[in-house]
Design a protein around this ligand. Structure first.
Ligand code: DQQ
Length: 566
């Protein structure tokens, strides 16, 4: 299974070759977007000792130029690897700074700073690691392998800098702590006795991301440093990545900027594993930044491979990033909304390649399957709005199945796309071969529970590839939106990109990213991937809107700019 070409993405961020994992230090500075990422220049596997910060720049978050790695291991304080961290844009013309984790010569995790060699270089090509590193050595009571991933730093009302760092603290608060350090000068840091948050039972948590959000329903982003609660941030969001479950969890909460603590607004929020998820599919180590150009908050996250390491080595690369998403607080004040940044529309191949349903196909009958004609579906952007004429047909969850409410992923597994339902399953089949032998199904299924409707969203990979030995689960989550209150209407947007199926349910309330490895389509055997609308419920569903575009291939790290200025 070479497959490397067939499954390589056309517009999701990837380096030209080799391994990538976490997004690191994304930022917008002087009109340029910078993206850094955990990178192994030596091959397609993680390779601890080699981990560097890959670096690319962009004017539009779509097309990227590759630069030389910004950080490579080699100093005493990062001799064994430059692990994850963040960028902070410092005021007063100093420019940006990195805080990152070094694996030092003794193998311990310590926090370091780095600065651009020439802050006036628009591409910020060269980075300097001061000899006074580490700025935060391993604290006592924290094992050497459990202290890492500094967040973007922010200034408090007292003028001091703060940074959040993950640590497994022995005893006391226990396991998954997120510590806060404060500093006057970005160099000498002192630990605050209280952690920002501690999920004692969660084990090691990683890659903390704290950010402010505007008032519920307002889409503009806020800068972490100028958004103390006093300065008008409605709420803050804390995201933590849990090593044990390999999932990212977030909570909307109250950040107390005097005590430097964070408290979720929803109940039962002590353990972060009960929080909401940015993505109910397959992403990890998400990190956001404030885009001062468009005044929005933008989120990145790593979506790793789910075939085998041997496959990664054979094709010479591993790992993609989600397409950058704008994030904001939903009108309900509890959940985030996420949406691909609008620049994706520049990839939509003009009009003639915009697809649709054939006339009369805007109703999908029970058992129906209507093809979306006019685009090649291997790299596509599909937006659909569904309307359910008869919600009362919904299956009931009241009896023996109510325990499934706790386990939507299992529910999607047991009631996959081919299991006939009441209201749904209805949605999209993507990356489908002509005979439907292979396809990935993204769909909704509505249930009735205690007099209310509950909408399940699934991405069912069980038929996504004829290959054995790749992970083909059904991902699932309940959509936190009352479909009845919304006039029995629900939207679905899906980005298809060869081996990525990234979906946004109900206007970005529930997101799901899957990695898939189709064998029969996407140019492999000369057969085009097809797109369908399907309905496997008992009543018809109306397609109130359907727009699909073939997307052009972006220029992602095809061009490398050398550090000789060439
Ligand atoms: N990946 C990095 C660590 C981080 C982990 C190392 C999360 O800094 O904790 O590549 O995926």
């Amino acid at each position: 299974h070479g497959g490397g070409k067939r499954i390589r993405t056309a517009y999701h961020f990837q380096p030209a070759k080799n391994w990538q994992n976490d997004p690191n230090g994304p930022m917008y500075h002087n009109g340029v977007y910078h993206f850094f990422y955990q990178y192994n220049p030596g091959g397609a596997t993680w390779g601890t000792g080699n981990l560097s910060w890959g670096h690319s720049v962009s004017g539009d978050l779509v097309n990227w130029l590759a630069l030389a790695p910004a950080l490579v291991p080699g100093s005493p304080f990062d001799a064994n690897g430059c692990w994850s961290g963040s960028a902070t844009v410092l005021p007063g013309g100093i420019g940006p700074a990195f805080l990152y984790t070094g694996i030092d010569a003794a193998g311990d995790q310590v926090q370091n700073v780095a600065f651009p060699k020439d802050p006036s270089d628009p591409l910020l090509r060269d980075w300097v690691k001061p000899a006074y590193n580490p700025v935060i050595p391993l604290p006592s009571g924290v094992p050497g392998d459990s202290f890492r991933d500094p967040s973007t730093a922010w200034v408090g009302r007292d003028g001091l800098w703060r940074v959040a760092v993950s640590a497994a603290v022995v005893g006391g608060e226990g396991g998954g702590s997120t510590l806060v350090y404060r500093s006057k000068d970005f160099r000498r840091w002192e630990r605050n006795p209280a952690p920002l948050h501690a999920s004692g039972k969660a084990g090691m948590v990683e890659c903390p991301d704290l950010f402010p959000v505007a008032a519920p329903g307002h889409e503009e982003g806020l800068d972490l440093s100028s958004s103390s609660p006093a300065a008008g941030a409605a709420r803050h969001v804390l995201k933590l990545s849990v090593m044990d479950t390999l999932q990212d969890y977030y909570a909307v909460g109250v950040y107390d900027d005097a005590a430097d603590t964070f408290t979720p607004v929803e109940e039962d929020g002590e353990d972060c594993r009960s929080w909401r998820r940015f993505d109910y599919g397959h992403v990890y180590a998400a990190k956001s930044f404030f885009d001062a150009g468009k005044r929005r908050r933008v989120l990145w996250a790593w979506a790793n491979e789910s075939d085998s390491q041997a496959d990664d080595i054979a094709r010479g690369w591993s790992g993609v990033q989600i397409f950058p998403r704008k994030v904001w607080l939903d009108a309900d004040g509890k959940q985030l909304r996420q949406w691909p940044v609008e620049e994706i529309e520049t990839l939509r191949i003009p009009n003639n390649r915009r697809a649709g349903l054939l006339p009369g196909a805007d109703q999908v009958n029970a058992g129906g399957l209507n093809e979306i004609v006019g685009v090649a579906g291997a790299q596509a952007d599909v937006e659909a709005v569904f309307e359910v004429p008869a919600l009362e047909n919904a299956e009931s969850l009241d009896d023996d199945h109510s325990n499934w409410l706790l386990d939507p992923q299992r529910l999607c597994g047991e009631k996959g796309a081919s299991v006939r339902g009441g209201v749904g399953p209805f949605g999209l089949l993507v990356l489908a071969s002509g005979d439907l032998h292979e396809h990935t199904a993204v769909f909704f299924r509505v249930f009735r529970y205690q007099g209310k409707y509950k909408t399940l969203m699934c991405t069912d990979l069980t038929r996504s590839s004829t290959r054995a030995g790749v992970y083909k689960p059904a991902y699932g989550a309940f959509v936190d939106m009352d479909i009845e209150e919304h006039g029995a209407v629900i939207s679905l947007r899906t980005l298809v990109d060869h081996s990525v199926v990234e979906s946004f349910g109900a206007g970005g309330r529930t997101c799901m990213t899957a990695r898939v490895y189709p064998e029969e389509t996407t140019a492999g055997n000369g057969e085009e991937s097809r797109l369908y609308v399907f309905n496997n419920g008992t009543g018809a569903v109306k397609v109130a809107r359907l727009e699909a575009w073939e997307l052009a291939t972006a220029s992602v790290n095809v061009v490398t700019v050398g550090d000789d200025g060439g």
